[in-house]
Design a protein around this ligand. Sequence first.
Ligand code: GLY
Ligand code: MN
Ligand code: MN
Length: 374
Amino acid sequence: MNKESGAGNHPYGGINDMKQKRITDLRREKGLDAVLVTNPLNVRYISGCTADTGCLYLSDTSCVFLTDSRYTTQAQEECGGRFTVCEIKGRNGYTDALELYMKQDAVCNIGFEDEVMTWAEARRYQQKLPVKEWIPLQDALDQLRVIKSEEELERIARAESIGDAAFSHILEVLRPGMTELQVAAELEYFMKNAGATKLSFDTIAASGLHSAMPHAVPQDKELADGDFLTMDFGCVYQGYCSDMTRTVVIGKASAKQKEIYQVVLTAQQAALESIRAGRTGSEIDRIARNIIKDAGYGDYFGHGLGHSLGLFIHEEPRLSALDDTVLCENMVETVEPGIYLPGFGGVRIEDVVVVTKSGCRNLTRSPKELIEIG
Ligand code: GLY
Ligand code: MN
Ligand code: MN
């Protein structure tokens, strides 16, 4: 039998009246009897529960968090005040429990997160559940997360400040002969020791020719005099991600290194000065890209200018030629132009900003003048 409980509190800022209303509006707008939430990030956002396994079933009469026995106590404590916590049992635990709720609610159609469901999961749900129509929601639930609350912004700012402190630390310990793997390990240990629960993505520490690869994987390769060293790193603090990149030179920078660095920095500054609510991500991308193009390096900046972040490291909307979303107050964006010259090396500089009515608030405080190590 499934064990249920409705007791508890929700210290992690889970569902509140505003979120509840937005989900109800979405159901009404799409004519849905119920919604099944399976993306762990949306489960967490809506419920406030930090358990990493479970799903939500939401209808006019049901607000249920389904999970297994490893997480029921945690779920009761974190979201039991607003959710019925249903402990699933057995091989078909989720579908058995969902079937009961769906029958009770006489559900004919249900919205589901098609973009995060495997083919096998979708087939299993379709075969076992008494639903006539499965309605793909695409990214409709992710869209709920696009504008951040003050509490979310505080957590992102705190995560970013841990990144800033890690950068100050690494400047103290960097020296020729250290390997890229050791650089990454130093950054990671520092961030965890400073309160991060995990990394927001695999740390990049790319030196010399490796720095020409935007997402190089750190190697057992020693830093050498004259190398660019690009460090792109981030952590998760109370569920929320940080992201920053700084490029330094080991020893003295050459004229060409200084030139490339200055172009990237100028492009980033222009983008930072242009961001404000009402503009689109594609406009901001174009402003930075044109500076890099005009300097003759347009072919060497292949990725978009930035992305949003929050519970996940890469969220919408993007600062990209492909994204015409109008930026709104309290959206968060990275601004990360780069130039990557195969056979020479590369530079990327990345900050995280909060969009405001008249501009943006930069959460990344680390210095950006070209730093020469040693
Ligand atoms: N390396 C992840 C990012 O900056 O987007
Ligand atoms: Mn990054
Ligand atoms: Mn980024």
